[in-house]
Design a protein around this ligand. Structure first.
Ligand code: SF4
Length: 767
C-alpha cells in the first residue's frame, strides 16, 4: 500500500500501524497519519485541563466524573432529547462552548476537504461510521488471512504457563530470536504465575503491569506535601532530583503554570500522578507482551494464553454513562458492541500466522470454561501434555519432583512423571536448613545503591536490633506484608487533624470528611460508623489537648517534624516527630517531645544497650540536631484513642506518659502546674517540694538525658556498621521471653529454631 500512496492523503489507523507506516515509508510524500481518536478530536472538538477544572468546580464533582461528562459530549447533538441525562450533556456542551472551553480545529476541517482519506486496518464501529458520514473515505484491510491456530487445554493455570515456558525455551534453543516471540491476552491473574515460572526458565518478559508515580515513595511524598504549596512540595523531593520520577513530576507541574488556585492544582496534579507511570525500560532480548488486536503480526511466534470464556472475547456490559435504553440510534448498543468484539477477535486470530492458543480449566480460586470462539472457528483442542523427557529448567524439574514426592508421602499417589524425574535427579528432599547463608558486601552495596534512598529510621533500627533477619527481609529484600489498611487510615486521620489543629481553627467533622474525599477513600458501612465515633473522640481529644497547652509557657509547636541526619555513604538517619513543643529563651531552646499512639505501653529504657525500644531517645537525638542548644523538659507518648471510657478516665488517659526532667526551672516552662499536674502522668510532689520516690522513677536529670542521647547516637552507629558488614543472621532477642519477634510479620518464612535466640539483659543501670 505504501508504494501507491499519493500526496495529500490522510491515513486513519491504530497507533501501532501509525508507527509502522512511519518506519517503513521510504519516499518524500505529503501524508498525515492519525489515530481515530485524534481524528475525532480534530474534526469535531477537543477539551483540555481548563475544561475539566471548570466542570469540577461548577458541578462540584470529582476529576473522573468530569472526564466522563466530557468524553460523552461527542454523542450528543445540539437538540432537545427529552431525556435528563442527554439534555444535561447538551447543556454542558453549550456552556463549555460559550466559555471558550472546547477546542475547535477549523484548519484541520478545512485541510481534509482536499485530502484522500484512508481507513487502514481499522474496524469501524457504528458510531464512527456516523461521525464520518459527511466525508468520502476508503477502507483498506490487507490482512485477510485464514490461519488456523493450535489450541491446547490444561487442567491448571500452572501447567498452562509451564507448557508455554517450555515451548518458548524449545524455540530459543532452536535458534528463534527471543525478540520474535510474543505473548498476548495476558490478564492480571497471570502476572505472578508467569513471572514465577518464566524465571525458572531464565525467560525475561517485558513488563506488563504499570506502576503509577503516586504509588512510589517520591510521588507519595510530593503529593502529601502539596498541601503546603507547589514550591514546598517540589522542595520536599529535591534530594531525588536526578531520578526519572522527579523529572516526570516537574513536567506535570510545568503543565499547570496557568493555574493560580492551589485547590485546583491539587486536583489536576493528583490525577496526573495517578496516571503517569514510572519509566518502562525497554530492554532488548525480552519477550514482549502485545495486544493481539492492534499489533501488526508478521512471522512472530505468538502464544495466546487464558483463552477462556468471558475473557476472550471480552464480555461488554451495559454500564456506560449513556445506557442502551436512552442511546440515540447512531450509537452502538451493548449487543452490537459484543457482536463486533467477537468479530474483531476472530479476525485477529485468523491473521496471526504462528499462533499457539492455551487455556486452563481451573485456578486455586475458580473453575473456567474454554472460549466459545473455539466452536465458532471449529478449532481442534489438544489435551496439553508436558514432555518431561526433555529438560529446559533444572529448578522447574526439581520443584515438579518435590511436588510428586509430596503427593506420594501425603496421599500415596504415584504421579506418572515421578519415576522419570526421581531417576534423573537427586534432590535434598525434606532436608531444609533455615539458616541465613550470607550476602556479600558487594551485593549489599549494589542493593543499597539501587534503592532510591536507603535511610535508617527508629523503626528499621529497632527491627535490626530485635532480629537482624527481620530487617534483612524488609529493608534489603524489600518484602512488605499486607497490613490492616483501615487501621492505618484511622491513624492517618488522627495525625491529619492533630497537625491541622495546631495551625488553624478547623471544623473537625468537615475536615475529616475532606480528608476522606481528598484521599479517595472508599468506606464500608461499618467503617462509616466507626468514623463517626472517631470524629466524636477527636472533638474531645482536641478540647483536652488545648486545655493541656494552657499550662505551657512554650508557645511554638512543630508537627510531623521531618529531620534527617547524614550518617555515611549517602545513608542518613531520618525521622518524623509527631509534635515538638518548644520556645527559645536567651538562646536556649526548651522543648518537649510527644509521640501520638493508638496503643500506649509505658516507655522503658531497659533495652537501651541492645538498641531496642529507643523511639523517644531517637527523637531527642534528632531534635538535638535540628534545634539549637536544646534542653528537654520531657519526652512522652500520648494515647489518642478514647473508646468506651468515662470523661474522667478519658482525661487521665490523655496525660503524657514518659520521662520528665528533674530540673524544675525547665519543667515549669512546659507545665507550670507540675506540682499538681493534669498534663504529665504520675508526677507527684512531697510537702517539702521534692519529687515523690515514685515520680523519680520516671524522671531524669540533665546529665542523664545527655547520656541517653549519646548512647543512642552510638547505638545508631553500631547498627549501621553491622548492617554494612552484612550481618543478617536470624537472631531474635530473648529476655525471659521472646522480645525479638514482637509484631514480626515474617514468622512464616524464617523457620526460626530455639537455638537462634540471643539472650540479652535488661540494662537499667543509671536510668
Ligand atoms: S519471626 Fe522472629 S526470628 Fe523470624 S524473622 Fe521475625 S523476628 Fe526474626
Amino acid at each position: 500500500m505504501l508504494d501507491q500512496l499519493k500526496n495529500d492523503t490522510l491515513i486513519i489507523c491504530t497507533k501501532q500501524y501509525k508507527d509502522q507506516i512511519l518506519k517503513n515509508i521510504n519516499k518524500l510524500i505529503n501524508i498525515k497519519i492519525i489515530t481515530m481518536d485524534e481524528f475525532i478530536k480534530s474534526y469535531y472538538f477537543d477539551y483540555d485541563e481548563k475544561s475539566i477544572i471548570y466542570l469540577i468546580n461548577k458541578y462540584n464533582i470529582n476529576y473522573e466524573i468530569a472526564l466522563e461528562y466530557l468524553n460523552n459530549l461527542i454523542y450528543v447533538e445540539d437538540k432537545v432529547y427529552n431525556n435528563e441525562k442527554l439534555d444535561f450533556l447538551v447543556n454542558i456542551k453549550k456552556e463549555l462552548i460559550n466559555n471558550n472551553l472546547l477546542i475547535f480545529d477549523t484548519k484541520f476541517k478545512k485541510d481534509i476537504k482536499n485530502k484522500d482519506i484512508i481507513i487502514y486496518e481499522y474496524s469501524l464501529n457504528k458510531f464512527e461510521k456516523y461521525l464520518l458520514k459527511d466525508l468520502e473515505y476508503k477502507v483498506i484491510n490487507i490482512n485477510k488471512n485464514n490461519y488456523i491456530p493450535k489450541v491446547y487445554e490444561f487442567d491448571t493455570i500452572e501447567e498452562e504457563v509451564e507448557f508455554v515456558a517450555r515451548n518458548i525455551s524449545y524455540l530459543i534453543n532452536n535458534g528463534v530470536d527471543v525478540n520474535n516471540i510474543k505473548l498476548t491476552n495476558l490478564s492480571d491473574d497471570y502476572i505472578n504465575i508467569v513471572n514465577k515460572i518464566f524465571n525458572f526458565y531464565n525467560l525475561k518478559i517485558d513488563k506488563f503491569h504499570k506502576i503509577s508515580i503516586i504509588s512510589t515513595v517520591i510521588g507519595n511524598k510530593f503529593y502529601i506535601n502539596l498541601d503546603k504549596g507547589i514550591k514546598e512540595a517540589i522542595e520536599s523531593i529535591s534530594c531525588y532530583d536526578t531520578t526519572d520520577i522527579y523529572n516526570k513530576i516537574i513536567n506535570i507541574c510545568n503543565k499547570y503554570v496557568w493555574c493560580n488556585s492551589i485547590e485546583d492544582l491539587k486536583k489536576l496534579i493528583e490525577h496526573d500522578l495517578k496516571n503517569t507511570y514510572i519509566k518502562d525500560d525497554k530492554y532488548t532480548d525480552m519477550i514482549e507482551v502485545v495486544d493481539y488486536k492492534s499489533y501488526n503480526f508478521n512471522d512472530e511466534e505468538v502464544f495466546m494464553l487464558g483463552f477462556n470464556q468471558s475473557i476472550i472475547p471480552k464480555f461488554i456490559k451495559d454500564e456506560d454513562y449513556i445506557t442502551d435504553d436512552i442511546k440515540p440510534i447512531y450509537m452502538d448498543t451493548t449487543i452490537e458492541k459484543n457482536k463486533k468484539e467477537r468479530i474483531d477477535v476472530i479476525n485477529s486470530i485468523k491473521n496471526i500466522k504462528n499462533l499457539i492458543i492455551t487455556y486452563k480449566l481451573k485456578t486455586s480460586f475458580s473453575v473456567y470454561y474454554p472460549s466459545s470462539i473455539i466452536d465458532d472457528l471449529n478449532l481442534k483442542v489438544i489435551k496439553g501434555n508436558i514432555d518431561y523427557t526433555k529438560s529446559y529448567s533444572k529448578i522447574s524439574d526439581y520443584i515438579t519432583l518435590t511436588n510428586c514426592l509430596d503427593e506420594l508421602i501425603k496421599f500415596g499417589t504415584i504421579d506418572d512423571k515421578l519415576k522419570l524425574l526421581n531417576s534423573n535427579y537427586n534432590i535434598p528432599y525434606n532436608t531444609y536448613s533455615h539458616e541465613f547463608t550470607g550476602l556479600s558486601k558487594e551485593k549489599l552495596n549494589n542493593i543499597i545503591k539501587n534503592q532510591n534512598s536507603f535511610n535508617l529510621s527508629y523503626t528499621s533500627m529497632d527491627n535490626y536490633n530485635r532480629c537482624a533477619f527481620r530487617f534483612y527481609v524488609e529493608k534489603i529484600l524489600g518484602l512488605k506484608s499486607t497490613i490492616d489498611s483501615f487501621g492505618i487510615t484511622l491513624g492517618n486521620i488522627y495525625h491529619y487533624i492533630l497537625e491541622k489543629i495546631v495551625k488553624e481553627d478547623i471544623d473537625i467533622e468537615q475536615t475529616v470528611y475532606e480528608y476522606i474525599d481528598k484521599e479517595n477513600l472508599s468506606l464500608t458501612n461499618s467503617n462509616k460508623f466507626f468514623i463517626k465515633r472517631v470524629i466524636e473522640n477527636l472533638k474531645y481529644l482536641v478540647k483536652v489537648l488545648k486545655h493541656q497547652e494552657s499550662f505551657s509557657k512554650l508557645k511554638k509547636c512543630d508537627t510531623e517534624k521531618f529531620i534527617k541526619i547524614p550518617l555515611k555513604d549517602n545513608i542518613s538517619f531520618v525521622g518524623f516527630i509527631d509534635k515538638v513543643v518548644y520556645d527559645t529563651i536567651n538562646d536556649i531552646t526548651i522543648a518537649s517531645i510527644i509521640d501520638y499512639k493508638t496503643y500506649v505501653k509505658k516507655p522503658s529504657l531497659k533495652y537501651i544497650d541492645s538498641g531496642i525500644g529507643l523511639q523517644l531517645p531517637v527523637y531527642m537525638y534528632l531534635s538535638s540536631y535540628a534545634y539549637k542548644n536544646i534542653h528537654f523538659a520531657g519526652f512522652y507518648l500520648q494515647n489518642i484513642t478514647l473508646d468506651n471510657k468515662s470523661n474522667e478516665e478519658k482525661e487521665k488517659s490523655l496525660r503524657l506518659i514518659g520521662f520528665t526532667n528533674t530540673d524544675k526551672e525547665i519543667l515549669e516552662k512546659f507545665d507550670y502546674n507540675y506540682m499538681d499536674s493534669s498534663v504529665i502522668d504520675g508526677i507527684k510532689v512531697n510537702k517539702d517540694g521534692s519529687f515523690s520516690s515514685n515520680s523519680l522513677k520516671q524522671m531524669l536529670n540533665e546529665n542523664e538525658i545527655k547520656e541517653i542521647i549519646e548512647i543512642t547516637k552510638h547505638k545508631i552507629d553500631d547498627t549501621l556498621n553491622n548492617i554494612l558488614d552484612s550481618k543478617f543472621e536470624i537472631n531474635p532477642k530473648f529476655d525471659k521471653e521472646n522480645i525479638g519477634c514482637d509484631f514480626c510479620k515474617y514468622r512464616d518464612l524464617c523457620f526460626k529454631k530455639e537455638y537462634d535466640y540471643v539472650n540479652i539483659k535488661s540494662e537499667v543501670s543509671s536510668f
